[in-house]
Design a protein around this ligand. Structure first.
Ligand SMILES: [Zn+2]
Length: 468
């Protein structure tokens, strides 16, 4: 009957059965959780017509919308009561005065430290313009400026609300990480006899990872899906407010998972475009492709977030290349390219006021440890793909080969393109040519060649500080 051998056989079978059941569990049945999660969403579509951001060549304000733009938030709290609130925005940019405002408000109102606030923008080029500093206001007609200022006031109040609601929504949850891949993003820097052109380059580097953080209630109901992709959100450039592929992806995910909130986090896609592009139909298709990738990630065996949440945030001081002389700036003002001429004039004004041009910029770097198995790196600016590939390669292998690294760009302060050393040396738009279009912070030209090392060093320093 129950000989020691048959008992052994039975228990061996039971163990095997338990392992098989555990292995086959879909990712919505996680182990007992002690994390909390909260979710919130606010519409941030402008109430009236106003000018749009993303293309300096636009000649008129927006004419209606395709769908709404959103500020969304996911709040996480681990057993040690450390909190992280990730705010995602269907906007072109996060100017530093917006980050500074929200950082101060959430500290004052909810005692959330700067390291506990992570902001990311989708970089849609079909959102409103955001004017926050004297250089971004420079030369605008009074009526346009008034609308832009009024939008900033509206946006600030919505941002505080969405953080507050996400914190109020905190409740026990199963939070887990999974990933898939998606392929419509292609490198957009094509070498040519005249330098690097903005043109599809199938041989250039890309990051096709689709990292996904899912939040389920303790009964298994899907409540939230934070997902990322590294690709310029620029299928479109027309005159209607729209979240582009990222907006359509969020809508498709929410439609496929009723009751769940989908939040998009832009990756290091500064030198990557969606292809093909330029029609609304293509934006919808890319959105659906990304949503399908997210659904397939949800079908995989996910890694539950267990352990503690640890957050860090600091500024890295990046340097610029040698500044132009006053004579060179005067020469720029005579350029036949009106953007070069305007930029030259502004720099001359800056020189007259300050006595010098900007030589450094303090940009925010954030590293978050989400339990024992997931690390999130939030980089500032329009970050090129080399950063994600390098940091994932360096940090994934140590100390735990089973752990994952999620690298996001367009976080906390989008002040310029942030090239890698490779892109900087190659030259072209992302290397420094685009500086003339950035007005929140007036910058004369390319970064110094050590920009990548300064940023990556700060990431590794913060990562080290989070080790137990
Ligand atoms: Zn861009």
């Amino acid at each position: 009957m129950f000989s020691p051998i048959s008992l052994f056989r039975q228990s061996k079978h039971l163990v095997l059965l338990a392992i098989a059941v555990a292995w086959w569990q879909p990712n919505h049945i996680n182990a007992e959780t002690n994390w909390q999660a909260g979710l919130a969403s606010e519409v941030i579509t402008p109430n009236g017509s106003m000018w749009m951001a993303g293309y300096a060549s636009r000649t008129k304000p927006a004419e209606g919308k395709i769908h709404d733009l959103y500020a969304k938030a996911i709040a996480l709290e681990s057993p040690n009561q450390t909190r992280l609130v990730i705010v995602t925005l269907d906007l072109i940019s996060i100017p530093y005065p917006i980050r500074d405002y929200l950082e101060a408000e959430v500290k004052k109102r909810f005692d959330l430290p700067p390291a506990g606030l992570l902001m990311n923008c989708s970089h849609t080029h079909c959102g409103p313009e955001i004017r926050t500093t004297r250089w971004s206001d420079d030369g605008l007609p009074a009526e346009r400026l008034a609308a832009a200022k009024s939008y900033v006031t509206f946006l600030k109040s919505k941002l505080v609300q969405v953080v507050e609601q996400a914190l109020e929504d905190l409740q026990l949850a199963n939070v887990s990480f999974c990933r898939a891949r998606c392929g419509f993003a292609m490198n957009r820097r094509l070498p040519s006899p005249n330098g690097y052109r903005n043109f599809p380059n199938p041989n250039g580097p890309v990051d096709h990872d689709v990292p996904v953080l899912s939040v389920r209630s303790t009964t298994g109901k899907l409540r939230g899906i934070l997902f990322g992709y590294a690709c310029h959100n620029t299928t479109l450039g027309f005159y209607q407010f729209c979240g582009d592929f990222a907006g359509f992806a969020q809508l498709a995910i929410e439609e496929a998972n009723p009751g769940a909130l989908a939040l998009y986090m832009q990756g290091c896609g500064a030198d990557i475009n969606p292809y093909p592009r330029n029609t609304l139909e293509l934006a919808k298709q890319h959105g659906q492709s990304l949503a399908t990738a997210v659904q397939s990630a949800l079908d995989t065996v996910a890694t539950p977030l267990v352990g503690e949440l640890r957050t860090s945030y600091d500024k890295a001081t990046v340097e610029y290349s040698t500044p132009p002389t006053k004579d060179e700036l005067v020469e720029r003002t005579n350029s036949s390219n009106k953007y070069v001429a305007i930029h030259g004039q502004r720099l001359l004004t800056q020189l007259a006021i300050d006595g010098h041009l900007r030589s450094t910029y303090d940009c925010p770097i954030q590293v978050v440890q989400l339990g024992d198995k997931l690390k999130m790196i939030a980089l500032p600016g329009e970050t090129v793909v080399d950063y994600a590939l390098r940091i994932k390669s360096d940090l994934t292998t140590t100390p735990d080969p089973g752990a994952s690294v999620w690298v996001a760009g367009y976080c906390n302060d989008v002040f310029a393109y942030v090239p890698s050393r490779r892109v900087l040396l190659e030259g072209g738009y992302e290397a420094g040519d685009a500086m003339k279009y950035f007005t929140t912070v007036l910058q004369h030209g390319p970064f110094a060649q050590n920009v990548e090392e300064i940023i990556v060093r700060k990431v590794y320093e913060l990562n080290k500080s989070l080790e137990k």
